[in-house]
Design a protein around this ligand. Structure first.
Ligand SMILES: *Cc1c(COP(=O)(O)O)cnc(C)c1O
Length: 382
């Protein structure tokens, strides 16, 4: 991906989306190979700092940025990609308390099948927001959008850029003497979960579509192009390995019950996950998880051998993005995690995989009541 974008843009950055899978073995490896980081919360900013990303290599996105988080981002020098007018107002308060200039991009909405996305600003809002920030002494030096995930058409990236062309060019005129202008085309690049029989276009097609649209604006030498992949980098490299604990018959169906839940793979209903029962065979099995509810289904009609023993392994693929990050054990602990790195399998501390900050930042120790940080400055949320 880096080679394709480096080939298309003189100045570009690939920022990995932390929320896709913040396992330390992934985020530190990507840091070492020169990627940047896309973060959507204060805890993710802190994780990225700990992993070695410098603030110039971070992009702060998302629909909720608390005052504390905005202050942290400004103080460090992290680029903030604003999502709403309320956030634009808050950044002016925060910026006054810092001696660093705030690095600000505006997120533009995109048209989805169901209409305009709820994220970002509408086309008629962008320039008035930039004007009002300018009156507060704040300069907008970037434009951002995010198409939504598993996009199989590179052309969509070019089409969105073209639809925002006049606003982007106007924003650039706004802020000439500051940072290089950033055009951030977000994530959405596909993985195998997009469907069972799909062709994933090569990276060159995505980079080329973006390049063509930016080139048509006449600004290609003046901008830094940023892409924010998540799913496309990690999803197809993660697997859940279940073991069979029982088999049953229900009329003409054969059922397998396995040793963990389908809740480990929360996207199993909406995205495609290949299920391998090996060796392959002609017999069809319905595979159910360990959850104590009727619908804990993992696969319907998966093919396998005629005879299956307790302990047989069943492998579910494309689980390395979002699913691990949102896995639930519910009535059992989450399973052990192994990482294949440098030719070796290593067991890793599950807290570095299952987003320990989900626990650390909110609730405190069991039995102890602590205020949830960040809500105090927004009373209407509490
Ligand atoms: C989630 C997210 C990404 C990553 O999206 P993928 O579809 O996984 O590539 C990138 N940018 C933003 C703003 C996001 O919210």
């Amino acid at each position: 991906m880096k080679a394709a974008f480096d080939g298309a843009f003189a100045d570009c950055a690939i920022a990995y989306s932390y929320k896709t899978n913040a396992a330390k073995c992934i985020t530190t490896t990507l840091c070492d190979v020169g990627l940047h980081a896309e973060v959507v919360s204060g805890p993710e900013i802190r994780l990225a700092v700990t992993d070695g990303y410098t603030p110039e290599r971070m992009f702060f996105d998302g629909p909720l940025k608390t005052l504390d988080e905005l202050q942290l981002a400004v103080n460090l020098g992290v680029r903030i990609q604003l999502d709403s007018a309320a956030e634009a107002e808050e950044i002016t308060t925060v910026a006054k308390r810092s001696d660093r200039p705030a690095r600000i991009s505006l997120r533009g909405s995109v048209r989805r099948r169901f209409g305009w996305s709820r994220f970002g600003f509408m086309p008629n809002e962008i320039l008035p927001i930039a004007d009002s920030l300018a009156r507060q002494g704040l300069c907008v030096s970037g434009f951002h959008f995010n198409l939504g995930t598993n996009q199989l058409s590179p052309k969509r990236y070019g089409a969105v850029l073209r639809s925002w062309q006049s606003e982007v060019v106007a924003l650039m005129k706004h802020c000439r003497n500051q940072d290089r202008f950033v055009i951030d085309i977000g994530g959405g690049f596909p993985a195998r979960s997009a469907g069972p029989n799909i062709d994933i276009p090569p990276w060159e097609d995505f980079a080329g579509a973006a390049r063509e649209a930016v080139d048509a604006m006449g600004i290609i030498d003046d901008i830094t192009l940023v892409a924010e992949p998540g799913r496309s980098l990690v999803e197809d490299h993660g697997y859940v390995i279940y073991g069979v604990v029982a088999q049953k018959r229900r009329r003409n169906r054969r059922l397998l019950i396995v040793d963990s839940s389908g809740l480990l793979v929360s996207s199993r209903g909406s995205w495609f996950h290949p299920v391998h029962v090996s060796p392959a065979g002609p017999t069809r099995y319905d595979i159910y998880g360990s959850g104590c509810f009727e619908g804990d289904a993992i696969a319907k009609s998966a093919r396998g051998p005629a005879h299956i023993a307790v302990g047989q392994r069943i492998i579910l693929g494309s689980a390395g993005g979002y699913d691990i990050a949102s896995a639930r054990g519910w009535n059992r602990p989450l399973p052990a995690v192994w990482v294949h790195k440098s030719g070796e399998l290593q067991q890793v501390d599950p807290r570095t995989v299952f987003n320990e900050y989900r626990i650390l930042d909110g609730a405190g120790d069991i039995g102890e009541e602590r205020p949830i940080t960040g809500l105090s400055d927004r009373p209407w949320l509490s």
